[in-house]
Design a protein around this ligand. Structure first.
Ligand code: SF4
Length: 431
């Protein structure tokens, strides 16, 4: 449905709505992100080795060694959200010869790397702040497309990959043999990384970083948990803005400061009974899958029209990783994301969230990039809806390739979901 067109002759144009001032926590996030890129640039200038890392790699290792590391997934998400993806997608599928079926983060990043490597002339919208890496850090706990993506990067740039294989987890827990398998790789990786970068491992520093990371995970989970209040103190999509702190800076004290500020701002809203969500919150839903970055504002506008606030998401919480030593690190990173979650784990985590946040429905983002996630999602939808008695809808999209989304489809799917949620509400109110 389109917005009504204003009759400019009959009515004066309404004054533009004053913009809500940025909360302090958001200003802090902006500063932290700028510092991450600037520090990597300066390190490179000093001749130090800079890495690129998968987003759920045990970041505390790099932090303990004092390495500067950047995150291609996070960077690609930013490019997609700013609608700057097209030249990279075209270059990747065209001159570089990759398949359209690849993960769109990979497509963006491989094309970006080609520019840094002097093999492509696509204009970099950020002037190349993602400096050329000297090594790669990789785990396959998210999905195996990352493995192939990083292997290609390594070949293209002629640099090493430091890899931890967590493999697919068929159980609801992590077996001890699996912990030993991953732990042995962590020990070897630390040795190899020290040798390659000339850095030294310090157990005391690791302990400190681990404590910071624990605190940050706790504060992040806490902020997510505060959305169980009614009304929720913020619009759930706003939490996506803070993910870079957890993805790129989990082991840093600057993240602790941001998370404390965010929690304080949310608590203040709860105390005052206010919310940054701009309309009355009629419905509460959970969101499954990665955010659809190129169309986040369209998603939000559509949901807002019906008073739907997204109060629970399985996505952001993947970065709340808790452990207390290197064995714990092995266990936690095996169980952190899609390849670590079998169907029963996915179901129980989602069922718990639907109940905690008292959700009226679920929206599934069938993300063309994330094939593994999508396959599991079909069965999760069916079983979870039965278990929780909560309706769902799904829509086709992509976290970074804008070509895989239809505004009309999203709108009609949400309309359908609202009809069912409305009926359920009325039935509940009528006893
Ligand atoms: S989980 Fe999805 S977005 Fe992430 S690397 Fe895999 S395919 Fe790409």
């Amino acid at each position: 449905m389109s917005e009504p067109v204003a009759n400019v002759e009959a009515t004066a144009a309404p004054a533009p709505k004053p913009k809500r001032p940025k909360p302090k926590s958001m200003i802090m996030i902006g500063e932290q992100t700028a510092a991450l890129f600037e520090n990597a640039r300066l390190a490179k200038e000093r001749g130090e080795k800079v890495g690129w890392s998968a987003s759920i790699f045990p970041q505390e290792i790099a932090e303990t060694l004092g390495l500067n590391v950047l995150y291609p997934e996070n960077h690609a998400a930013g490019i997609a959200a700013r609608h700057q993806a097209d030249p990279f997608l075209q270059e990747c599928e065209g001159a570089l010869g990759y398949s359209n079926d690849l993960c769109a983060y990979a497509k963006l990043n491989l094309a970006y790397a080609a520019v840094l490597n002097g093999e492509s002339e696509v204009e970099l919208p950020d002037g190349g702040k993602m400096v050329k890496p000297d090594f790669l850090l990789l785990t396959n706990n998210i999905c195996n497309q990352l493995t192939k993506w990083y292997e290609n990067l390594a070949r293209q740039l002629d640099i090493p990959v430091f890899f931890i294989d967590t493999c697919y987890n068929p159980f609801d827990y992590v077996t001890e043999t699996r912990v030993r398998y991953v732990r042995a790789q962590i020990d070897q990786l630390i040795k190899d990384l020290c040798e390659f970068t000339g850095k030294t491992w310090d157990d005391e520093r690791f302990k400190k970083i681990m404590e910071i990371s624990q605190r940050n995970s706790y504060l992040w989970e806490r902020a997510n948990g505060l959305l169980d209040h009614k009304p929720a103190p913020i619009g759930g999509f706003e939490l996506f803005n803070y993910m870079s702190a957890m993805v790129c800076n989990r082991g840093k004290e600057s993240t602790t400061a941001i998370m404390e500020q965010l929690n304080a701002e949310m608590e203040e809203s709860i105390k005052n009974g206010t919310s940054t969500f701009p309309v009355e919150q009629e419905y509460r839903v959970s969101w499954d899958g990665i955010a659809c970055w190129p169309f986040l504002s369209h998603n939000l506008r559509t949901l807002k029209k019906y008073g739907i606030n997204m109060v629970a998401s399985s996505y952001g919480k993947a970065w709340a990783i808790n452990y207390e030593d290197l064995d714990g690190m092995a266990r936690a990173y095996c169980f952190a994301s899609t390849n670590g979650d079998n169907l029963t784990t996915m179901l129980s985590r989602r069922l718990e969230a639907l109940r905690q946040f008292d959700c009226d429905g679920t929206i599934y983002h069938v993300n063309r990039s994330c094939k593994v996630m999508d396959c599991q999602m079909m069965e999760v939808q069916r079983q979870l809806s039965e278990l929780a008695g909560v309706p769902f809808t799904s829509f086709d999209g992509d976290q970074a390739d804008y070509r895989n989304y239809s505004e009309a489809q999203f709108e009609t799917r949400i309309q359908g979901l609202v009809e069912v949620m409305k009926q359920n509400k009325e039935a509940k109110n009528n006893g």
